[in-house]
Design a protein around this ligand. Structure first.
Ligand SMILES: Cc1cc2nc3c(=O)[nH]c(=O)nc-3n(C[C@H](O)[C@H](O)[C@H](O)COP(=O)(O)OP(=O)(O)OC[C@H]3O[C@@H](n4cnc5c(N)ncnc54)[C@H](O)[C@@H]3O)c2cc1C
Length: 317
C-alpha cells in the first residue's frame, strides 16, 4: 500500500498532480479551503449572469502541457478562442471545466482549510479548520507561497535557509476583479480587450465568449497599481472610481456590479526552479510561483513534480 499523499490546494496544479499520482496508483487526498474547484480558474454566477473572474484563457507552448490540452479539447472541455493568434484556449462552458473534470473520481475535500502543518516524527500532521488533524506521509503544497509558509509556521515547522529566503522572495500582484452587468450589448472585441494604461487592464464580454448565454456580463480586471492602492475599498467605492472609464470602454451603462479581491493574482517574482521536492521531509511545493506565472506554468510545475514523486512511488512498490 502506498503512503498517503496530501495535496493542499485544488487549483490546476494541485488537481493535475493529484490526477497524475492517483492514476499512477498513489493514495492521494486534496484539501481545498473554498467550495469550488480550480483556484484562480474561477467562474462566478450572479443571478443569471456568469463570469470567468480569474484566468481568462491560457496559452500552450510546452509539449508536455500540449498533450493534456489535446485531451481536454477532444473531451470538449476547452476550445481555441476564435479569432486569437497565437491560439488562446478557453474553457467550455467556462474556465472551471478542466478543474472539475480533473477532480472526478479523486478524493478532493472542499471547504477544508488547512491551518497548520507540523512534522510529527515520520509523518505530517495536517490541521484542518473544523475537521481536526489528518495524517500524511507525503505533503505537497500548491497554495500561494506566503500562505504555505504561514501554514508551516503555524505548525512550528522550521524551513531552513537558504530555502526559506528563496521562498520568501516569491511575490504576487493583487487584482481587483469587477464583475458588471450592463444594459444592452457591449462594443468590446469578442476576444477581450487588454490595455496598457488606465485603471482597467482587461475587459471581456462573457456573453460573446459563450460563458454567460443569457445576460451581458463583463469581467473587468483592474491594474496591479490600482488594485494595490484601492484593495480595501468597498464594491461601491471601486465602482464609483472606475465607472466612467468602464462605461466608455464597454459602450453601455452598468446596471449591477460585484467585486472579487484576488490578493495573490499574477506572480511577480517567481522561484527559479519548476518545483521544490525535499525528500528527507517528504515535502514538495508546486504551482505557478515555480513553473511560471500563468496556467501553463502552474501545469508544468505540477507535471514536473509528479514525475519526481512517481519515482518514489515506484520505489515503494
Ligand atoms: C485575475 C486573474 C487573471 C488571470 N489571468 C490569466 C490568464 O488570462 N491566463 C493565464 O494563463 N493565467 C492567468 N492568471 C493566472 C492563473 O490563474 C494562475 O497562474 C493559475 O491558475 C495558478 O494555479 P495554481 O494551481 O498554481 O494556484 P491556485 O489556482 O491559486 O490554487 C491554489 C489553491 O489553494 C487553495 N488554498 C489556499 N490556501 C489554502 C488553505 N489554507 N487550505 C486549503 N486550500 C488552500 C486556494 O483556495 C486555491 O484553490 C490569472 C490570475 C488571476 C487571479
Amino acid at each position: 500500500m502506498h503512503l498517503h499523499t496530501v495535496i493542499v490546494g485544488a487549483g490546476i496544479s494541485g488537481l493535475l498532480l493529484a490526477r497524475i499520482l492517483h492514476d499512477h496508483g498513489a493514495r492521494v487526498t486534496v484539501l481545498e479551503k473554498s467550495r469550488g474547484f480550480g483556484g484562480r480558474l474561477s467562474t462566478k454566477r450572479v443571478g443569471d449572469a456568469v463570469f470567468d473572474q480569474g484566468a481568462q484563457y491560457f496559452t500552450v507552448k510546452d509539449p508536455r502541457f500540449a498533450a493534456w490540452v489535446e485531451k481536454w479539447e477532444r473531451a470538449g472541455l476547452v476550445a481555441p478562442w476564435p479569432g486569437t493568434e497565437p491560439t488562446r484556449y478557453i474553457g467550455r462552458p467556462s474556465m472551471t471545466a478542466v478543474p472539475k473534470a480533473l477532480a472526478e473520481g479523486l478524493d478532493v475535500k472542499r471547504e477544508h482549510k488547512v491551518t497548520a502543518l507540523g512534522c510529527c516524527g515520520d509523518h505530517w500532521c495536517v490541521d484542518v479548520e473544523n475537521h481536526g488533524c489528518m495524517r500524511a506521509e507525503r505533503l505537497i503544497l500548491t497554495a500561494p507561497v506566503p500562505q504555505c509558509l504561514a501554514m508551516l509556521k503555524a505548525g512550528d515547522f522550521v524551513v531552513p535557509e537558504p530555502l526559506l529566503s528563496r521562498l520568501r522572495a516569491v511575490s504576487y500582484d493583487p487584482c481587483l476583479a469587477l464583475l458588471v452587468t450592463v444594459a444592452g450589448r457591449t462594443r468590446l472585441p469578442a476576444t477581450g480587450l487588454r490595455r496598457e494604461h488606465g485603471a482597467i487592464r482587461w475587459a471581456a464580454d462573457n456573453q460573446a465568449k459563450g460563458v454567460s448565454p443569457n445576460v451581458t456580463a463583463v469581467t473587468l480586471h483592474l491594474s496591479p497599481e490600482f488594485s494595490a492602492a484601492h484593495y480595501g475599498r468597498t464594491e461601491a467605492e471601486v465602482l464609483d472610481l472606475v465607472r466612467a472609464e468602464a462605461e466608455e470602454l464597454i459602450g453601455a451603462p452598468i446596471v449591477g456590479a460585484t467585486l472579487h479581491r484576488w490578493k495573490f493574482s499574477h506572480v511577480r517574482e517567481t522561484f527559479p526552479e519548476p518545483f521544490v521536492w525535499w525528500p528527507e521531509e517528504s515535502l514538495g511545493f508546486a504551482g505557478d510561483a515555480f513553473g511560471g506565472p500563468k496556467v501553463e506554468g502552474a501545469a508544468i510545475s505540477a507535471i514536473s513534480l509528479a514525475e519526481r514523486v512517481k519515482e518514489e512511488l515506484d520505489a515503494e512498490g
